[in-house]
Design a protein around this ligand. Structure first.
Ligand code: PLP
Ligand code: COI
Length: 341
C-alpha cells in the first residue's frame, strides 16, 4: 500500500479529510450493520436532537505504525467501554464495544494510506461519535442516531511538541459536581470554548479547572488529565468523579508502577499543594504527555523545577515508555495493542 504524499513531520493537530469513514444508523430500536463509506458529509433535519439539545458523545484514539511496520491501535476496547458509558448518560442507545473495536479496525484499515510512517512524529487520529439525528423539539432523547468514525492524520496537540507549556487556573468550570464531567460529551467542550479562547488571547496554552463544588482541588484541563511528580519521584494524579477517566492516565499509572517501579497516588490534590511538586504533565490521546512548566493562578506563578526548556526526568521516562509501548519498541502488557494489519 502506497502512503499518501503528506508532509507527515510538519502536521499540526487539525482535520484533513481522509478517503473513508464508518457509518452505522440507529432506527426502530436497532443499529444497522454499518459500512465503510466515502461521503464525508451528513444531511439531517434542522430539528435533529444533536442540533437542538447537543445530544452527542464522542471518543478519540490513535492508530500508530510500529517499528516493524504494523498498524496498531492502543487499548481501543477501553474507548469502546467509555463510549458506552457516555451514551448511556445522555440516553443515547449504546453502540456495543465489540462492534466499536471492529468498526475502528475497519476504518483504519480502509485509510491505511493515511497512517503516518514510524518515526514521523505523526499518528492517525480516530474520532468515533454518535449523535441524535431525527427531529426533537420537546426536551427528550431522539429516536434515531448515527454512529460515525472518521480519521485524520495529526501531529502534536500543543505547538512545539515536547516543549513545556504554561497553563492557568480557570475562573470558569467545565463540569458540575454531579454533571457530565466524567463522560466524553460534546457539551463539555462547548462549555470550555469561551475559557480557551480567553486563555489563548492572554498567552496561556490551556485552562486548568478546579473542582466545581469547592474550587480548591485540581481537576483536569479542557482536553487532558493532569499528573504530577513529587520531589521524591512519586506520581500523583487527581481522583474525582467529575473528570474524564483518561485511558492515557490509567495506562501511565500502570506504566509507573509496573515498568518504572514508581509509587502512585490517586487522590484529591489541593491547589495549595501544587507548589511542592517537581514536575507536571497533561496526559491524553491528543496531548500524549505534554509537560507543564508553569501554572499561573491569578498572577501567582507556580514554576516547576523541571523548567520551561524540556520535560522533567520522570515525565520523560513515562513518555518514552508509553510511546515505546504504542510504537512497538517496548513490550506491551497483554491486550493493550490491537494489531490492524
Ligand atoms: N480529559 C479530557 C477533558 C479529554 O478531552 C481527554 C481526551 O480524550 C482526556 C482527559 C484524556 O483521555 P484519553 O487519555 O482517554 O484520551
Ligand atoms: C483526545 O485526546 O482524544 C481528545 O478528545 C481531546 C481533544 C481536546 C482533542
Amino acid at each position: 500500500m502506497e502512503k499518501k504524499n503528506i508532509d507527515w513531520s510538519n502536521l499540526g493537530f487539525g482535520y484533513q479529510k481522509t478517503d473513508y469513514r464508518y457509518v452505522s444508523n440507529y432506527k426502530n430500536g436497532a443499529w444497522d450493520d454499518g459500512a465503510i463509506v466515502t461521503d464525508d458529509t451528513i444531511t439531517i433535519s434542522e430539528c435533529a436532537g444533536v442540533l437542538q439539545y447537543a445530544q452527542t458523545v464522542f471518543e478519540g484514539l490513535k492508530a500508530y505504525t510500529t517499528q516493524d511496520g504494523k498498524i496498531v491501535t492502543f487499548r481501543p476496547d477501553l474507548n469502546g467501554e467509555r463510549l458506552e458509558a457516555s451514551a448511556a448518560r445522555l440516553k443515547i442507545p449504546v453502540f456495543p464495544k465489540e462492534r466499536f473495536v471492529d468498526a475502528v479496525s475497519k476504518v483504519v484499515k480502509a485509510n491505511a494510506a493515511f497512517v503516518p510512517p514510524y518515526g514521523s512524529g505523526a499518528t492517525l487520529y480516530i474520532r468515533p461519535f454518535i449523535f441524535g439525528s431525527d427531529p426533537v423539539i420537546g426536551v427528550k432523547p431522539a429516536n434515531e442516531y448515527q454512529f460515525r468514525i472518521f480519521t485524520t492524520p495529526v501531529g502534536p496537540y500543543f505547538k512545539g511538541g515536547a516543549k513545556p507549556i504554561t497553563i492557568r487556573i480557570s475562573d470558569y468550570d467545565r463540569a458540575a459536581p454531579v454533571g457530565t464531567g466524567n463522560i466524553k460529551a460534546g457539551l463539555n467542550y462547548a462549555m470550555s470554548l469561551y475559557a480557551i479562547v480567553d486563555a489563548h488571547e492572554k498567552g496561556f496554552d490551556e485552562n486548568l479547572y478546579l473542582d466545581p463544588k469547592t474550587r480548591t482541588k485540581i481537576e483536569e484541563t479542557g482536553g487532558a488529565n493532569i499528573i504530577f511528580i513529587t520531589k521524591d519521584g512519586k506520581l500523583v494524579t487527581p481522583k474525582s468523579n467529575s473528570i474524564l477517566p483518561s485511558i492515557t492516565r490509567r495506562s501511565l499509572v500502570y506504566v509507573a508502577q509496573h515498568y518504572l517501579g514508581m509509587e502512585v497516588e490517586e487522590r484529591e490534590i489541593l491547589l495549595s499543594e501544587v507548589d511542592d511538586f517537581a514536575e507536571a504533565g497533561l496526559c491524553g490521546t491528543a496531548a500524549v504527555i505534554s509537560p507543564v512548566g508553569k501554572i499561573v493562578d491569578h498572577g501567582r506563578e507556580i514554576c516547576f523545577p523541571s523548567g520551561m526548556e524540556k520535560m522533567g526526568p520522570y515525565t520523560q521516562k513515562l513518555y518514552d515508555t508509553l510511546t515505546g509501548i504504542q510504537m512497538g519498541s517496548v513490550e506491551a502488557p497483554e491486550g493493550w495493542i490491537h494489531v490492524i494489519e
